[in-house]
Design a protein around this ligand. Structure first.
Ligand code: ZN
Ligand code: ZN
Length: 379
């Protein structure tokens, strides 16, 4: 009998790293001619402070001023939770408000009357509008461009966190053959996969897609009560969040028994396209050229009309973030950028296939963080 030894995983980055992120956010705000970044509970807040707050109706808002120290405004009842997070160790000033206070005016009192303030991209519209009412002379813009510039350039520790997430989801795919068989429903298979996502080290299941037969032709089909038939391809796209907040996302396409020949024909094209896009990854190439590397091969084989989505998305504290691997994105890759390469071919009403790996751009080339075989797995 072998025992699995749990490797302790740090749930928060070191305080010095968080302080560095806050300092860089402040500098980036100043460089973007902003007076402050306003950040509500979100991946942005977790990235900057380590505080994994739940978005709620009461306002929690980090104020990163271009001049001056950052401050966080929190509801009084959330103050102990905020101080128990790395915010306590960071020495951030915590301003709490009582149930009958107006937190929007409290935030406004920290800001210039006619300045430029940036709100995080996921701030609830209700809060954005109430902040605007509390500071009618200010210009509101999105903080996304400033914050994604920081978040998409991962440190070595962040890349290591994504590597752990990639290995965890690889371990789940390695078990799929035990559960995927004719006569079971997608939902039954999905339930087994979801349990394994947690058992292999994630704290949250973000999505489980089991697309059998015609459902495989719908890229974001999740689960249904459809019974899987013999001879059907099945797209399995799964991901979760690790204790430190970093996400996994990996797709493999399986076949329950021998699939139709037309499927084998386009699967070979897809595999070549996915490999070409992965091989194209290196510093200095554009995001859109990675998309083109996959798309060209699929188009040359006359399946271009059946590849209906971009090639990939960035990944980190969110499973979809910058940089997007899509035509029109001329951002150039730098070491530390992490994203999916996931071309697909979908024949409506029949079947579909997708192969997805997470890659990180290294100093010379791309590194795949998912290592399961990419050949069609016939069960
Ligand atoms: Zn996926
Ligand atoms: Zn993905």
């Amino acid at each position: 009998v072998t025992e699995t030894i749990a490797v302790p995983v740090p749930h928060h980055p070191p305080v010095a790293d968080l302080a560095d992120r806050l300092a860089r956010a402040r500098a980036a705000a100043a460089a973007a001619d902003l007076d402050a970044l306003l950040v509500s509970p979100s991946a942005d807040l977790r990235y900057l402070t380590g505080y994994d707050a739940i978005p709620l109706e009461r306002l929690t808002c980090l104020v990163v001023q271009a001049q001056g120290d950052p401050v966080i405004v929190v509801p009084g009842l959330e103050k102990p939770a905020a101080l128990a997070s790395p915010i306590g160790d960071l020495g951030l000033e915590v301003l709490s408000w009582g149930e009958t206070d107006d937190p929007f005016h409290l935030v406004a009192s920290l800001l210039p009357e006619h300045g430029r303030t940036a709100v995080d991209n996921h701030m609830w519209a209700e809060k954005v509008l109430r902040l605007r009412d509390a500071l009618p002379g200010a210009t509101q813009v999105l903080a996304g461009p400033v914050l994604s510039g920081l978040r998409m350039r991962k440190t070595a520790d962040e890349v290591e966190a994504l590597r752990r997430a990639g290995a965890a989801i690889d371990r789940v795919h390695a078990q799929v053959h035990q559960w995927l068989r004719a006569g079971r429903t997608e939902r039954e298979v999905g339930r087994d996969i979801a349990e394994a996502i947690i058992a292999e080290g994630h704290v949250r299941v973000d999505f489980v897609i089991v697309g059998s037969g015609p459902n495989g032709a719908s890229p974001h089909h999740e689960l249904s009560d459809r019974v899987i038939q013999s001879g059907e391809p099945v797209v399995v796209d799964i991901g979760g969040t690790m204790p430190d907040g970093y996400c996994s996302d990996e797709t493999r396409t399986y076949s329950v028994g021998a699939p139709p020949q037309e499927f084998l024909d386009y699967y070979a094209v897809l595999q070549a396209a996915q490999a070409a896009a992965c091989d194209h990854v290196r510093p200095g190439v554009t995001c859109e050229s990675v998309d083109a590397a996959a798309r060209q091969i699929i188009a040359d084989a006359e399946y271009g009309d059946y590849f209906v989505h971009r090639t990939g998305h960035g990944i980190g504290l969110e499973s979809h973030e910058e940089p997007y691997i899509v035509a029109g994105n001329t951002e150039t890759l730098e070491p530390g950028m992490a994203f999916s390469v996931e071309p697909g071919i979908y024949l409506q009403g029949r079947h579909g296939a997708r192969i997805e790996d997470i890659l990180v751009c290294g100093p010379v080339e791309g590194e795949r963080l998912n290592l399961r075989p990419r050949e069609l797995v016939v069960l």
